[in-house]
Design a binder for this molecule. Structure first.
Ligand SMILES: Cc1cc2nc3c(=O)[nH]c(=O)nc-3n(C[C@H](O)[C@H](O)[C@H](O)COP(=O)(O)OP(=O)(O)OC[C@H]3O[C@@H](n4cnc5c(N)ncnc54)[C@H](O)[C@@H]3O)c2cc1C
Length: 493
């Protein structure tokens, strides 16, 4: 039995993991391991990671924070889809969270492919969330149960405020919080970590160590030397320049219920609306643009409201540790790896890892190695899935207007798992047959929205027409029952 767990790092990874574990142990009853979280007060958290996916609702509910308290504390707004602009010339499409009904609408999908991939678009034909985005409706009415709605939805949030809110909950749960920088990691001859030493020379030991120290990877990287697999050949972006534009400086017409991802000359830009500010960030490749050029491009896109605001530059590498869990040390979050901000997978990976630990740890005992093997196999599959899906955005793009887009869309950048699928998907719809195992984060529908939205899958017109779904009734009902996004947010106070 693991009786003490030491979590190094107090960003989203550290606090989500600590809270998910503590909540799980509490629910299971019995003797729970003591959880200690150590964070360096002089090393700030990365502070990006503002767009989430629907699983975050389950995680927050599990942790035990009410939806309204969470939204108030984290400046949060609703997110129902991602809108992609200019990823291929003149193209705009959505990746919404709602899935079309299957198999009832399968023939309708065939019909859409065979008889007119013109107006309305695939997302507009099959997704209610995509249709109602134009009316800026919240995905739920005021007074509906916490985290509940017939629609899947997620949030945009302030990452720094999330870490703070989770700290408060963790402390109430009895998680020991130590402020201090880890300066030494004591590793036994067996390869197990025995303890960590802080700047003030205090020594902290535990049965299990969770490395959540971000890109520093103080335990798994610096102390244990676990190597990384780089994906920089497949995902070329390795920098971001970000701005926070407060509403006092510039208030957009509306607080959007979607993340906007707009292609730029050497990458793409996110636009995320919170309750009090916009967060924008240009993700680009340093092989094709300098940081000054990228900042200029972002400022040009934002115009005068951004003039006096300070930009922040972040470097990252698309990679994953060869193993996430070795001996008695597990890496979660950026310490384990990171792919791309595209499709908001970072926090999901943390949620997934924390849940997996909560599931495995009570049974690990003398079988720690078996638990580690299961954990590693699952994290490797999850990374492979996200890598494939993110790479697909570039591989289906027809942009060739800059050196970056020519390189990012070149066959030399394709992930191996897509090599055969991409030609197949020229005419074939994606299906479970195309995947070796179950999809964890994405779905067949996610692949459809992307492949059809980009215009990659094309069929010759043939066969009998089938009825396409009529979403007008559902859209009318939403307009009648769902409040405007701003109106919903104004009732949070
Ligand atoms: C540009 C960019 C955009 C992103 N956008 C998204 C997004 O939209 N959606 C999404 O889901 N994810 C996104 N991510 C990923 C997301 O930001 C991270 O997954 C998330 O913030 C988790 O970070 P972390 O907790 O692993 O690391 P950090 O936030 O960096 O926290 C590291 C912690 O470790 C501590 N620490 C470091 N060294 C030591 C030491 N020696 N001793 C003690 N403590 C130490 C620090 O004090 C800090 O508390 C993005 C990432 C990047 C780079």
């Amino acid at each position: 039995m693991t009786s003490s767990i030491l979590i190094a790092g107090g960003g989203s990874a550290g606090w989500i993991t600590a809270n998910v574990l503590a909540a799980s142990f509490e629910r299971a009853g019995g003797l729970a391991p003591q959880i200690t979280l150590i964070e360096a007060p002089d090393i700030p958290i990365i502070g990006v990671g503002e767009a989430t996916v629907p699983s975050i609702r389950r995680t927050l509910q599990h942790i035990g924070i009410s939806e309204r308290e969470f939204m108030r504390a984290c400046d949060a707004t609703f997110k129902t889809l991602i809108r992609f602009d200019d990823w291929s010339p003149g193209i705009s499409f959505d990746h919404p969270f709602d899935r079309r009904e299957r198999p009832a609408t399968d023939m309708a999908v065939e019909d859409w492919l065979r008889h007119g991939q013109d107006a309305p678009s695939f997302d507009g034909t099959f997704s209610v969330l995509s249709r109602i985005a134009a009316f800026n409706l919240a995905p739920k009415a005021v007074g509906w149960p916490d985290y509940g709605s017939p629609f899947p939805y997620a949030y945009h949030l302030d990452a720094v405020k999330l870490a703070r809110a989770l700290t408060g909950i963790g402390l109430k749960r009895g998680i020991r919080h130590v402020l201090g920088r880890i300066t030494d990691v004591n590793v036994a001859a067996s390869g197990s970590i025995e303890s960590v030493e802080l700047e003030d020379k205090t020594i902290h030991s535990a049965d299990l160590f969770v490395d959540c120290t971000g890109f520093a990877a103080r335990l798994v990287g610096q102390a244990l030397g676990i190597e990384k697999t780089s994906f920089s050949k497949q995902l070329l972006c390795d920098r971001a320049v970000t701005l926070q534009i407060p509403f006092e400086t510039y208030r957009p017409e509306r607080i959007k219920t979607y993340t906007q991802a707009t292609a730029r000359s050497s990458g793409w830009q996110w636009d995320i609306n919170l309750q009090t500010r916009r967060g924008v960030g240009y993700v680009y490749s340093s092989s094709f643009q300098t940081s000054d050029q990228a900042e200029r491009e972002l400022r040009a896109a934002e115009g005068p409201p951004a003039d006096d605001l300070e930009a922040r530059h972040i470097a990252f590498e698309s990679h994953k540790r060869k193993v996430s869990w070795q001996g008695n040390c597990v890496a979660v979050g950026l310490a384990d790896g990171f792919l791309e901000p595209l499709e908001s997978s970072g926090l999901y990976m943390i949620e997934y890892a924390a849940q997996a630990l909560a599931d495995l740890l009570p049974h690990a005992g003398p079988n720690l190695r078996i638990a580690a093997n299961r954990f590693n196999a699952n994290m490797t599959s999850l990374y492979a899935e996200v890598l494939e899906y993110v790479n697909l955005h570039y591989m289906t793009s027809t942009r060739r207007d800059t050196a970056f887009w020519r390189a990012a869309t070149d066959q030399s950048a394709i992930v191996d798992s897509l090599r055969d699928k991409l030609p197949l998907w020229r005419t074939k719809r994606p299906s479970e047959l195309d995947f070796d195992g179950p999809l964890r984060l994405f779905s067949i529908e996610s692949y459809e929205y992307l492949l059809f939205g980009m215009g990659h899958t094309v069929r010759a017109a043939s066969g009998v027409s089938a009825q396409r779904p009529d979403l007008s009734g559902a859209v009318a009902k939403c307009k009648e029952r769902l409040p405007n996004h701003e109106e919903w947010l104004s009732k949070l106070a």
